[in-house]
Design a protein around this ligand. Structure first.
Ligand SMILES: NCc1[nH]cc(CCC(=O)O)c1CC(=O)O
Length: 308
């Protein structure tokens, strides 16, 4: 019996609440006696809905307020989509656990077309992700990419209102919220390489809370953790947030780590790719090697142009 209440900081979007409630249920079922409480917060990323995230600073917009909550003692843990978590943590905080990954792919969602390849050349596609934009434009240079912000439910409503021929969203978010039937096609990772950490949920906590860290360690999924380490090592070397056209996706096959990375220009005209594999214990160096490889191909120029 653990007599303890864990206060979980979360954003208020339906997906954030689903993820926080998922962690609450996991904790309560794994540790009899343990109770949880949700501490609902609003982040900068939730407030600024009219600008593409890339233009308003990107990094950490969805996590900062939750981190301050933990440092000030208003909450014990914060539940995040790993995709939204910057590679550097504030002093005193770290990841206590990463949960097993949900479907990492991007989803093609449309009310008129069954697959990306069915779209007419000048189709209107909704996404505010430069990573998705870059990969779609590389394949379909005539596609028109239109801004699409807001939470998953809002984005589906905008599609239904007829603003777009199709939209691209993370499959994981749609599946978690019960919208699997809205997915026309899960895009192959060769077509749309996912974002670093996509589909994985991370639990952040204070470094110094030993009892809490021991509890969280039991929820940790080792394989997902290794893949996310490799992906984030690539991102650290490229100093990219989730709002730059960077993709990175690691998988474990036959006890080997296999990873692919990509950097491109938003218009899809330049696209650099790299892949490496190796031992699981070398996850971090595999991610870093991919980053070095991309930089040596010319990715640094693409990234610099975006940071101006
Ligand atoms: N940037 C917002 C965000 N952060 C995490 C997810 C999806 C869930 C996940 O990747 O775990 C989404 C929505 C989306 O990209 O469609």
């Amino acid at each position: 019996m653990i007599n303890k209440v864990i206060r979980i900081a979360t954003r208020k979007s339906p997906l954030a609440l689903w993820q926080a409630e998922h962690v609450a249920a996991l904790l309560e079922s794994t540790f009899p006696g343990l109770k949880t409480e949700l501490v609902k917060m609003t982040t900068q990323g939730d407030k600024i809905l009219d600008a593409p995230l890339a233009k308003i600073g990107g990094k950490g917009l969805f996590v900062k307020e939750l981190e301050i909550g933990m440092l000030e003692g208003a909450a014990d843990i914060a539940v995040h989509s790993m995709k939204d978590v910057p590679v550097e943590f504030p002093e005193g905080l770290h990841l206590g656990a990463i949960l097993s990954r949900e479907d990492p792919t991007d989803a093609f969602v449309s009310n008129r077309y069954a697959a990306l390849t069915d779209l007419p050349p000048n189709a209107r596609i909704g996404t505010s992700s430069l990573r998705r934009q870059c990969q779609i434009k590389a394949l379909y240079p005539h596609a028109e990419i239109l801004t699409l912000r807001g939470n998953v439910n809002t984005r589906l409503a905008k599609l239904d209102a007829g603003d777009y021929d199709a939209i691209i969203l993370a499959s994981a978010g749609l599946k978690r919220l019960g919208f699997s039937e809205r997915i026309a096609q899960c895009l192959d990772t060769q077509v749309s390489l996912p974002a670093i950490g996509q589909g994985a949920i991370g639990i952040e906590c204070r470094v110094d809370d030993k009892e809490l860290n021991d509890i969280l360690a039991q929820l940790h999924d080792n394989d997902t953790g290794i893949c996310v380490i490799a992906e984030r090592a690539m991102n650290a070397r490229l100093s990219g947030g989730c709002q730059v056209p960077i993709a990175g996706f690691a998988e474990i096959r036959d006890n080997q780590l296999f990873m692919r990375g990509l950097v491109g220009s938003p218009d899809g005209r330049q696209i650099y790719r790299s892949e490496h594999s190796g031992k699981l214990v070398d996850a971090e160096s595999i991610g870093k090697t991919i980053a070095e490889d991309l930089l040596s191909q010319g990715a640094d120029q693409v990234l610099q142009a975006l940071h101006l």
